[in-house]
Design a protein around this ligand. Sequence first.
Ligand code: PEP
Ligand code: MN
Length: 643
Amino acid sequence: MVIVLERSIRDDDKERLRDFLTGRGFKVREIVGEEETIFGAVGSVAIDLREVELRPGVQRVIPISKPFKLASRELKQSDSVVTVGPIRIGGPRIAVIAGPCAVESEELILEAARIVRESGGVALRGGAFKPRTSPYSFQGHGEAGLRFLKSAGERYGMPVVSEIVAPAYVDMFCEYVDLMQIGARNMQNFELLKAVGATGRPVMLKRGLCATIEEWLMAAEYLLAHGTEDVILCERGIRTFETYTRNSLDISSIPVARKLTHLPILVDPSHATGLREKVPPVGLGAVAAGADGLIVEVHPTPDEALSDGPQTLFPEQFEKLMRDIEALSPVVGRELTRIPRQSREAMVSTVTPADAAPADAAPAGGRQAGAVPIAYQGARGAYSEMALLRFFHDLEFTAEPRRHFRDVFDAVLQGTARYGIVPVENSLAGSVHENYDLLLQYPDLTITGEIKLRIEHSLIGLPGSSLESITRVFSHPQALAQCDDFLRTRGWTVVPFYDTAGSVAHIAEEGRLEYAAIANARAAEVYGMQILKEGIETNPRNYTRFVVLTRDEAASVEDANLASLVFATPDKPGALFAAMQIMAAASLNLKKLESRPIPGKPWEYMFYVDLELPDTEEPFREALERLPEVVNDLRVLGIYRGV
Ligand code: PEP
Ligand code: MN
């Protein structure tokens, strides 16, 4: 049962309630949510719910109807995020775990780790105890394999995942492995589930070859009931009559399980298909269906792999899959985790208490001590705020609204915000010139990150309003233009407003049923309004690119893949060509070139360049040294990780 506690419950009442429940044979888990704190109480004993309901500090009691209790959404409504070493699985980011089927040797796993890390995988997999169909097949290197795996993970800064096949190995796995995997064949090995659950460590539970979703969730319940709170589900295909693939990926299990449980869900397209050429399309399908990430087999030379070679990706295929996931993620409102969390942690650790001092405007929702203040332009619920929430998902931060773009730059410069986030380009409307100009005017700020957000507009009205009651629609002119097909036939009066989310705040304030606003769906939630129609933009391929600004973080090429530069050219033939030539000679791939007039110098221009950085630093450094020979006022705006 779920016991919702009164906000004002006294500590001693809470303890008495806990004692009462455990005394009656229940296992009690406290879950502190944003809105309320609950006790989840599970056990095989029957109890009259009124006995619980009447106790001091209890607001209400809800029975859990499903046979799985701790795993169920009824117990916990928000999505769980499982922390494995420095990474998180679940939430708005997509995590990709990869590596060979088996740890074949120390050298092999080191090389595989390098490949995984370079392509942006966040954790390394590798089997040391292989449950093979034939007793004559390679069985893995056992403890030595785990040792090699752990040291490869440490070398490349990745947590490691490996399959545990017997309760007797639990201590050994706790020594070497960050995420224990329960394989498909062991999904209902209940003694194993109990022993692994009792470690309290994160576990990835694969779905059994013939298991129903309910059986799978019951197996997760075993793990949770025996002590761990960190269970990740993994759909890896089930056995059907189909023979062209090794298994059949049950893609519908993703949304079905998502509704039934709060646990994160990964998908293993390698074991699901058994064929490497099928792995990328099926993996992308899983991401599109809402998976929290993938676990994929990749090997430096799959043709020589000792197990599962035919389903194992070549390094280039894995790299391409990662790029495709990165491009697909914003479509489903996600972002691929490619930035190592260490650098995000470095972001937090560089915040001094002075940095976190109150800013010039009080943030909405109050400030948490130690949280990183981050400024964005617009009202609460703005697209910029959404980009901020996505980018800084795993930091403790306060999102601080500012009225103008310049105020965001000022806040970062003055240190009242540690970071700022501003849009620089929309895929339909083009560059946000004001921010390009501001980048130039604030030489102390640098770009430290980038995020692309899919722009989906909703028509938002007051609770109780309907499409029929609307006569006036407010929004930013760009949003109005982007919804022109939808608006044209309605005959409503269209009123330009300075900001999309601000227009929702405006109609909320006016309180008139005939008013509507266009903004993102989250703005409706923020202002307690109602969505009248979602996805009203004419072109669904609408993305905005935001950059993250900071003041005193030195730009570093490590882990970066993009650089932004700005320079002026002398007024003579071939001046820009000479600059381009230096970049071409250094094999720097130009992603974007934009010119802006120089204020006060008619017909003279600054050129903004976005470059893809090569694997080695040298050519970029050389180009930076040579460019001043042919351009003026060269500035590196930032060296950062981006899509
Ligand atoms: C594996 O991941 O190596 C494995 C054996 O997977 P499954 O248990 O899904 O077959
Ligand atoms: Mn395998």
